[in-house]
Design a protein around this ligand. Structure first.
Ligand SMILES: [Zn+2]
Ligand SMILES: [Zn+2]
Length: 146
């Protein structure tokens, strides 16, 4: 299934407050704030009644909850809230019982687990980056032969 394509601007002041007051949050909240100021919804595509969700902070201690930003509506009339939620307990073990991939979403999230969600934009950017690296490497090789 595809990833939801919604994104939102980070409500900076409120996010700083939430990071500062959360249990087990970052030592330096301003540094923890995502630098690009936009967050993508990390859920699988969903209907308009389901809130979009983006993780703001991953707790370093597994027992501690992660901080999530939930929002609904469009940029003109957006409402958002913060929630500290435990991680989704699901894990995907395609080959081995001990080595699995944990779902990066929160407990009782809607839609598929993170490993079931594909992100065409992310994949596209990754492919672009890979091609760029190859192009630079080829350019380097040519420099050497000159
Ligand atoms: Zn969404
Ligand atoms: Zn999950």
């Amino acid at each position: 299934m595809l990833q939801c394509t919604a994104y939102t601007g980070v409500p900076e002041i409120d996010t700083l407050v939430a990071l500062t007051t959360m249990h087990g949050g970052p030592d330096n909240p301003p540094h923890a704030l995502t630098p690009d100021h936009f967050l993508l919804c990390e859920l699988a595509q969903h209907d308009e009644h389901t809130e979009h969700a983006a993780q703001l902070w991953t707790a370093e201690i597994p027992a501690v909850r992660d901080l999530w930003l939930f929002w609904t509506g469009t940029s003109k009339a957006e409402t958002y809230r913060f929630a500290e939620l435990p991680p989704c307990p699901a894990a995907y073990h395609p080959k081995s019982v001990t080595h699995g991939q944990a779902c990066v979403l929160y407990e009782q999230h809607p839609g598929g687990h993170s490993w079931e969600v594909t992100d065409p934009l992310g994949d596209l950017l990754e492919e672009r980056a890979r091609q760029e690296v190859e192009r630079l490497r080829d350019a380097d090789d040519q420099d050497c032969t000159d």
